[in-house]
Design a protein around this ligand. Sequence first.
Ligand SMILES: [Zn+2]
Length: 289
Amino acid sequence: MIKPLKEVLASATRERWAVPHFNVPNLEMLKAIIEACVEKRSPVMIGTSEGEREFIGLEQAVALVKSYRDEYQMPFYLNADHTKSVEKAKLAIDAGYDSIHIDLSKESLEDNLRKTKEVVEYARAKNDAISVEGEIGYLMTDSSKVYKSAIDVPPESLANPDDASRFVHETSVNRLAPAVGSIHGIALNEPHLDIPRIARIRELLPDTACVLHGGSGVPHDQIKQAISAGISNIHISTDLRVAFVDTLRKELDAEKDEYALYKIMAPEIAEVKKIVLLHIDLFGSGGKA
Ligand SMILES: [Zn+2]
């Protein structure tokens, strides 16, 4: 029997390690992640953004993750990452997603509260095992990009700890993504995580899983400090995309006579797998499955 995601996150939150979250747009990326997690005995959240899940198909994404979970009998979960509307959240819940991230961080706090609560209630009515994440404060930029310039995080974009506490109590979300200084994508300058802010949010919300988005490009010592301060779920997307696309470009250039796609895809899978293995070690999630 595979534990519900909520229980895995509760253990991580209590024991100060982080459940990895990796985004997938296709089967090759998913295979790389699953192979690494099986090797390390790590639980994992597989994320699909709105664009990724429309590309794969919602039912297909659910079936794929379920097929690996059943085959390996390991805690692999599917998350509807950065869902920007109540309607799309409901579609993912209806399709059988294990987890929903409702991201209304660009809306007013009041609208964010009201609509996030609506998603939590819809999810609970459907299946109590579904874990719901809300987000406050906002993240700059886009995880499909490697920026050639420095990106500054304005202080007003960071999550206010009192708002965080109110948000969780009023919405009953299982996980909270507070903006704490990371960005989506990778910029020229290093991000600077606000560790005391994470610690304060953890203190106010001892039982809520705290999620760090935009983990790519964050120096590893800061990731470790963030986990010690209370982050128990970390999203990595851009690092995997860069590994995949850079390897694909090289491979197509080097193997001009090769047309068997599964052979062309093997080096990309191997490179992505390396990045996943490295993050499992960094997050301390190995052996937790
Ligand atoms: Zn994110």
